[in-house]
Design a protein around this ligand. Structure first.
Ligand code: XMP
Length: 537
C-alpha cells in the first residue's frame, strides 16, 4: 500500500504507541520499529521516497544504562525532518555532538514550559502568553537526564524552571527535539505540536482515512488471494469479526469462517454471531458445537493453568480438524488462514525480540497453525490500532454494540468459574452475567451521558463454587455465590475497580437473586490490578 509515512523508532517507552496514535489521528500513516534497526535498513526504508519524517520515542531507560540505545546515524542523512521526544532528544544530542548529563533528580509530572526563538515547531502554539510576550505551554515531563550542551547548529527552543534546555532545534536541517511528551494528553497542545511536525514540517499527506482504507484493503486482499479460498477462525470478538467482515467484503464466498463453540461462551453469543454473519452479511460460517468435548476434557480439573492449557489445546484441535477437512476438499482451493492480528500485537512481538519493552503480554495465539496446515497467513488488520479496527468495523456495517464490546478472554467462562468447570455452573453464570451486562447498558451516568457499560473497560460475573445460606419467602436457601467485577483501564496492565453507583449494584443483585435459580448471594469485587488481576483465574 502506498501511503506517505512517518517512521517512529522505539526506544522502549511505555507510551510509544501513543505517538503512533496521534500521528494517525492526523490522518498520516506511520509505523513503529525498534531503534536498533541498521543504517542500511533505514536507507532501504526510505528508498521509495514515501518516508516523510522520523520520530524518536522516549525510553524507560536512561542513556547511561544501555549503550545499544542509540539512533541509527542514517536518519540524519536522509534529508527528512526528525523529531526527538525525551530520550529521543538525548539520542539526537548524543549523535550530533551535544552533551547529555545525568540529572540529580528525576522530574516527573506537569511543568510550565516557555517557548524560545519562534521555531517552526512551536510558533503560534501556546496555552497562554505572558505579559512579556512569551508563549507558555503546559507539558508533561518524565526524565532524569538533561541536555547540557546542544550540538553545533542547534538553538534553544524551550525551557522550564528546572530544565534550561527543554527543547532544541536545528531549523536548517529540520531536526527538532523536546524534553517533554507531546503524545500524552496531559500536554494540552501535544496534538497540535505533533500535527505541526507531521503535516507542516514533514509535509506528509493526510491520506490515512478509514472510509478510503476499505477500498484499498479490499483491492489488496483480492490481489493477494486471487481465486484461492480463505478460512478464518471467528470467535465473536472484535478483531476476528472485523477481519471476517472485511475479507467477506473483498472476496465473498471465497471466505469460510469456522466458529468453535466451546460451551464457555456468554448467553446467546453463538446465536448472535450466526445471526450477524450468516443472517445479515450472508457469509459462510461453519458452527462447530464442541461443548461436550471441552467439558469432558475439563471434568475433574481445577487448576487454573491446567484448565487454560486444555481449553487452548482443544481449541486448536477442533479448529485444525475443521480446517483440514476444508483444505482436503479438492473441489475447492483453500490456501489461506486469516487472523485478526492487529498492530499492537505486531509491535509487541517486535519489541519482545529486541527486549526493549519492559512489559509484554501475549495471549491466545494459534501460532504455528498456518505452517502445520500448509496455509498462507492473511492478516488484513495488521496495520491497524484497536480504535481504527472499531472504526473500520462500523464502516463495514457491523453494529456499534458489537465493535465496542468489552474484551472477552479466549478461555471464556472457563476462567470465570473458579475451580472445576461444570455445565450447571456455566449455565448459572451465563444468566447472572447477562443481567449484569444488561443493567450496565441501562444505567446512564448523568454527568457524561454515557452508559456504565461504556464507562467501564471490562465487566463480568464470576462463579464461586461455594454455597451460602439465604432466605427466600418463608424458606431457607442454600445456594451458590457470584461476584461482580467491573474495571476501568486503558491498557489492561493496571486497572482500577469501577465505582459503580449503588443503585446499579442493588438492581443487579436483586435481579440475579430473584431470576437465577441456584444463586442466592452477590458480591462486588473491590480489588485493583495490581495486586489482583482482572480475571479471577
Ligand atoms: P488479567 O486477568 O491478566 O487480564 O488481568 C488482562 C486482560 O487479558 C484478558 N485475558 C485473556 N485473554 N486469553 C485471552 O484471550 C487468556 O487466556 C486471557 N487471560 C486474561 C482479560 O480478560 C483482560 O482483558
Amino acid at each position: 500500500m502506498t501511503h506517505e509515512r512517518i517512521l517512529i523508532l522505539d526506544f522502549g517507552s511505555q507510551v510509544t504507541q501513543l505517538i503512533a496514535r496521534r500521528v494517525r489521528e492526523a490522518h498520516v500513516f506511520c509505523e513503529v520499529h525498534s531503534c536498533d534497526v541498521s543504517d542500511q535498513w533505514v536507507r532501504d526504508y526510505a528508498a521509495n521516497g514515501q518516508l516523510k519524517g522520523v520520530i524518536l520515542s522516549g525510553s524507560h531507560a536512561s542513556l547511561w544504562e544501555d549503550e545499544t540505545l542509540r539512533a541509527p546515524q542514517a536518519i540524519f542523512e536522509l534529508g527528512v525532518p526528525v523529531l526527538g521526544i525525551c530520550f529521543g532528544m538525548y539520542a539526537i544530542a548524543e549523535a550530533l555532538g551535544g552533551k547529555v548529563e545525568g540529572g540529580h533528580k528525576r522530574e516527573f509530572g506537569s511543568a510550565e514550559l516557555r517557548a524560545h526563538g519562534h521555531t517552526r515547531l512551536l510558533d503560534g502554539i501556546a496555552d497562554y502568553t505572558t505579559e512579556q510576550g512569551h508563549g507558555m505551554l503546559n507539558v508533561w515531563m518524565s526524565h532524569g537526564d538533561n541536555v547540557t550542551q546542544m550540538p553545533p547548529g542547534f538553538k534553544r527552543m524551550a525551557s522550564t524552571v528546572s530544565c534550561a534546555i527543554a527543547g532544541m532545534a536545528d531549523e536548517e536541517r529540520r531536526i527538532y527535539a523536546v524534553q517533554f511528551h507531546p503524545e500524552v494528553t496531559h500536554t494540552t497542545q501535544g496534538a497540535a505540536i505533533l500535527n505541526r511536525f507531521v503535516l507542516d514540517i514533514c509535509g506528509a499527506r493526510a491520506d490515512w482515512v478509514m472510509g478510503d482504507y476499505i477500498a484499498e484493503a479490499v483491492k489488496h486482499i483480492r490481489t493477494q488471494v486471487g481465486s484461492e479460498e480463505v478460512i478464518l477462525g471467528l470467535s465473536g470478538g472484535v478483531d476476528s469479526s472485523v477481519a471476517a467482515a472485511l475479507i467477506h467484503r473483498a472476496i465473498g464466498d471465497q471466505l469460510t469462517c469456522v466458529f468453535v463453540d466451546h460451551g464457555l461462551l456468554r448467553l446467546n453469543e453463538g446465536d448472535m454471531v450466526m445471526e450477524m454473519f450468516v443472517g445479515k452479511l450472508h457469509a459462510k460460517v461453519i458452527r462447530v458445537d464442541a461443548s461436550e468435548q471441552f467439558l469432558g476434557h475439563l471434568a475433574g480439573v481445577s487448576d487454573p493453568e491446567a484448565k487454560r492449557k486444555i481449553i487452548g489445546r482443544e481449541f486448536v484441535e477442533v479448529f485444525r480438524a475443521e480446517a483440514s477437512k476444508l483444505k482436503n476438499d479438492h473441489s475447492r482451493h483453500v490456501a489461506w488462514l486469516a487472523q485478526g492480528t492487529i498492530y499492537p500485537d505486531v509491535i509487541e512481538s517486535g519489541a519482545a525480540k529486541s527486549k526493549k519493552a519492559v512489559t509484554i503480554k501475549s495471549h491466545h495465539n494459534v501460532g504455528g497453525l498456518p505452517e502445520q496446515l500448509g496455509l498462507k497467513l492473511l492478516e488484513p488488520l495488521r496495520e491497524l490500532f484497536k480504535d481504527e479496527v472499531r472504526e473500520l468495523g462500523e464502516a463495514l456495517g457491523l453494529p456499534h454494540d458489537m465493535v465496542y464490546r468489552h474484551p472477552f478472554p479466549g478461555p471464556g467462562l472457563g476462567v470465570r468459574i473458579l475451580g472445576e468447570v461444570k455445565k450447571e455452573y456455566a449455565d448459572l453464570l451465563r444468566q447472572a452475567d447477562a443481567i449484569f451486562i444488561e443493567e450496565l447498558r441501562n444505567f446512564r451516568d448523568e454527568a457524561t451521558n454515557k452508559s456504565w457499560y461504556e464507562l467501564t473497560s471490562q465487566a463480568f460475573a464470576v462463579f464461586l463454587p461455594v454455597k451460602s445460606v439465604g432466605v427466600m419467602g418463608d424458606g431457607r436457601t442454600y445456594d451458590y455465590v457470584v461476584a461482580l467485577r467491573a474495571v476501568q483501564t486503558s491498557d489492561y496492565m493496571t486497572a482500577d475497580w469501577a465505582e459503580l453507583p449503588y443503585a446499579l449494584l442493588k438492581k443487579v443483585s436483586s435481579r440475579i437473586i430473584n431470576e437465577v435459580r441456584g444463586i442466592n448471594r452477590v458480591t462486588y469485587d473491590v480489588s485493583s490490578k495490581p495486586p489482583a488481576t482482572i480475571e479471577w483465574e
